[in-house]
Design a protein around this ligand. Structure first.
Ligand code: SF4
Length: 237
């Protein structure tokens, strides 16, 4: 089982601990079999639900459970682990794995796909203000925007560059896509995924070689592969 799956299930187990302990205490105090059964249910049901949530069509359940697991992990993890953003990365990886089944089934047309990018992918040295007018990018190749704009143009998908979480949510509301492919840091991506049970968001983590929110990069070939899978385009490798 992948590390993210283990974290997902550990977070759910952590969240069920108060119920488990109350059930165990009451069953010990009263000797009641009912409380013992409640304790067992507190232990087992979240794990059964986690398995069910990975099935296609169970997105709302998955997002609900991911939210519970995420918050439980954030509370339980020591400060050092929080810095490593394990809970955030868990949300992105589990969400993406669940979506891969939907991606393989295809059926999306390019106009139903929105590529959502953070503005920090644009190099700070660029003089062009491309957030609202993508055509101002001269595709010089100094940052990943050139390849991403090219990719969206060739595939015919929507593309939006967001300056923050509010702008990203507004872009999704306006475009009303069937699927979002979003690039962001673990914190923004996990919060966007947890906030959007109604629109599937496939997350691609950026890399931050120059620190947070500054001249970030992304694996453009991974985005190309995701779009190809989603739009049922032939593998170009
Ligand atoms: S590819 Fe060149 S022109 Fe386009 S945003 Fe990046 S630096 Fe600016």
């Amino acid at each position: 089982m992948a590390r993210s799956d283990l974290l997902f299930r550990a977070g759910l187990l952590g969240a069920s601990m108060p119920f488990l302990l109350v059930g165990l205490l009451l069953s010990t105090a009263t000797g009641g079999a009912g409380w013992a059964a409640l304790s067992a249910a507190a232990l087992l049901l979240p794990q059964i639900a986690a398995s069910a949530a990975m099935a296609p069509g169970m997105r709302r359940l998955l997002i609900g459970l991911l939210g519970i697991s995420y918050h439980a992990l954030r509370i339980a993890m020591p400060p050092g682990a929080k810095k490593a953003l394990l809970a955030e990365t868990m949300v992105v990886e589990v969400n993406d794995r669940a979506l891969e089944g939907i991606l393989r089934s295809g059926g999306l047309t390019p106009d139903r796909v929105l590529l959502l990018l953070p503005h920090c992918l644009q190099t700070h040295a660029c003089v062009h203000r491309i957030v609202h007018d993508h055509s101002l990018c001269t595709r010089c190749g100094a940052c990943d925007m050139a390849a991403l704009l090219e990719l969206a143009g060739k595939r015919g998908t929507g593309l939006s560059i967001a300056t923050g979480g509010t702008a990203a949510r507004r872009a999704v509301e306006e475009a009303r896509p069937g699927m979002v492919v979003a690039v962001a840091c673990p914190r923004d991506l996990s919060s966007g995924i947890l906030d959007s049970a109604s629109v599937p968001v496939y997350g691609v983590l950026n890399s931050r070689p120059n620190g947070d929110c500054f001249d970030t990069r992304v694996d453009t070939s991974r985005i190309e592969s995701v779009l190809d899978l989603m739009l049922r385009l032939p593998d170009r490798t």
